[in-house]
Design a protein around this ligand. Structure first.
Ligand code: NAD
Length: 519
């Protein structure tokens, strides 16, 4: 278990418990140098598969954040003045390094986050996809021009960098989520401060080594480890112009409010409760395999995890036996074990919380169709919960309302698509959803009416590709501009409109008149 308390109120800026351990102490990275944090608080970074302490992350404070912001501010004038081609070259170089070091990055994701290696490789591949899209900046950063807004006058809108941008990221995608922001921010001419989750800081360390190796100028990207104090330092720092956040709903709300109060632009992505609707005509075997990987992949710790399954009409009779049988075949184990279908959850505190959620579901009347509370033959010291299904869940039960963030699938049964849509829309969040059917009319009706940011059709995890915007709606997102795709360029640039004429220029007609006069 990490020594990080998960119950602090967002406003609580007190440092969390100091861990006593002989493990390596991580350093912050700023101005191109690795430096010790100025604080004395640390949190143990553990391998969730066996409890091994991998490192100690410093709980940096405001001074550390300000030092990083100073390095980023100093680097900005030169960095933003470089040509777009030069900046893009660095993004290509990052992409090459990610490809070369995919095994190292994936191993790190598994070691500190627990997911199985195939999922970790998929995560790094998604990060590479985002980096590739950022390489399109010479096209996507272009502005607009209109000739002749008045006689001899043109107007043009250009995009310029915003300044120092910061990202605060969650534990469940240590390689991918930082790369949702970093490549777009810097290719657009900004400099950057990253505050990764204190539970998984090691992959960010590798990312900064990569940036060092490719010769990225000092201060363009800076890394500050820590938790609440570092976050509050970012939110209050006058030098930071934009904040990107990914994490739980309560933290997202807090980040959005405090950063906006301080005049920053903000995109804050929150938690989720994603519904999967199975229609009577769904293709049973493919639907079940997609539902399983959506619900239990990454041990259910995905913001796009399908956590509620809703069968419509006769779909219940068609899929439930198979769903149970296939779920019972899944194996929880160390993410490095090729036989494991899912790895551990992030901490023993998460394990306890998930057990509690299952017990509450049973107390409230749900049927425990598959019980994963005591998975067999998992390594000692690990935080394992096996795949679990709570059946006959009702909308008012906690299993329907809480984001359990573990391998627990809540199943509900309704008779019509209308009822299914009502269930989806009564939830406060609206991140992702999927519908399984071959009926185009049902798909069209569902996609039009659900209040959710990302919809999958016969796709379990409907995460937008990197060249499209990614985000939920309602409590799953606070802000305006989504992550990656065109929105990323919008978020990481400021528009400036220049309206111009030249008195000696041809567009006024004068040039030609004078040339003509000479003849
Ligand atoms: P979290 O909110 O606990 O932490 C996220 C970040 O915020 C971390 O860097 C952490 O240090 C910081 N933080 C946490 N509590 C804070 C507080 N009280 N004050 C200031 N900073 C604080 O989230 P997590 O547990 O790391 O990640 C899981 C959550 O993230 C889930 O709810 C999941 O759905 C969500 N998530 C959402 C998306 C999305 O795209 N919408 C993607 C990934 C994860």
């Amino acid at each position: 278990m990490t020594s990080q308390s998960r119950t602090l109120a967002p406003e609580d800026t007190a440092s969390v418990a100091v861990a006593a351990s002989p493990a390596r102490v991580l350093q912050n990275y700023m101005g191109g140098r690795w430096v010790s944090a100025k604080v004395s608080g640390f949190v143990d970074v553990t391998n969730p598969a066996n409890g091994e302490v991998l490192a100690r992350a410093p709980l940096s404070g405001r001074d550390d954040v300000e030092a990083a912001v100073a390095a980023a501010s100093a680097a900005w004038p030169d960095w933003r003045s470089r040509s777009i081609g030069e900046r893009t070259e660095f993004i290509y170089a990052i992409r090459e390094q990610f490809r070369k070091r995919i095994d190292e990055l994936a191993a790190s994701v598994t070691r500190e986050g627990g997911k199985v290696l195939s999922d970790a490789r998929a995560e790094v591949s998604r990060a590479i996809e985002v980096i590739e899209v950022a390489c399109a900046a010479p096209m996507t950063m272009q502005g607009r021009i209109l000739e002749g807004v008045s006689r001899g006058i043109n107007s043009e809108t250009i995009r310029q960098s915003v300044g120092v941008c910061a990202a605060i990221t969650p534990f469940n995608f240590p390689a991918m989520v930082p790369m949702w922001f970093l490549p777009f921010a810097i290719v657009c001419g900004n400099t950057f401060v990253l505050k990764p989750s204190e539970q998984v800081p090691l992959t960010s360390e590798i990312i900064c080594h990569i940036l060092d190796d490719i010769g990225l100028p000092p201060g363009v990207v800076n890394l500050v480890h820590g938790a609440h104090d570092a976050v509050n330092g970012i939110l209050d720092s006058p030098g930071i112009r934009a904040v990107s956040f990914v994490g739980s709903v309560s933290t997202a709300k807090y980040i959005y409010r405090r950063a906006a109060e301080n005049g920053k632009r903000v995109q804050a992505l929150g938690g989720a409760k994603n519904y999967m609707i199975v229609m009577p005509d769904a293709v049973v075997d493919k639907t079940v395999s997609n539902v399983l990987s959506s619900a239990f992949g990454n041990a259910g710790q995905r913001c796009m995890a399908g956590s509620v399954l809703v069968t419509v009409g006769s779909a219940q009779a068609k899929i439930m036996d198979r769903l149970k049988a296939e779920t019972e075949k899944l194996i929880a184990g160390d993410g490095t074990d090729p036989k494991a279908s899912l790895g551990p959850v992030i901490s023993s505190a998460s394990c306890d919380r998930i057990h509690q959620a299952i017990e509450t579901g049973v107390k409230e009347g749900a049927e425990l169709l598959v019980d994963g509370r005591r998975p067999k033959q998992t390594p000692a010291g690990g935080n394992f919960v096996g795949p679990t299904i709570l059946n006959n869940v009702k909308p008012e039960m906690h299993a329907a309302t809480d984001e359990i963030f573990g391998p627990v699938l809540s199943v509900m049964h309704v008779q019509t698509l209308d009822e299914a849509i009502d269930l989806v829309n009564r939830d406060a969040r609206g991140n992702g959803t999927s519908i399984f059917t071959e009926n185009g009319a049902a798909v069209r009706e569902y996609s039009r009416r659900v209040e959710v940011g990302m919809v999958g059709v016969n796709i379990g995890v409907a995460a937008s590709p990197a060249y499209f915007p990614f985000s939920g709606w309602k409590d799953s997102f606070f802000g305006d501009l989504h992550v990656h795709g065109w929105d990323a360029v919008e978020f990481f640039t400021r528009k400036k409109t220049v309206t111009s004429r030249y008195f000696s220029g041809g567009e006024t007609g004068k040039y030609f008149v004078e040339q003509g006069d000479k003849k």
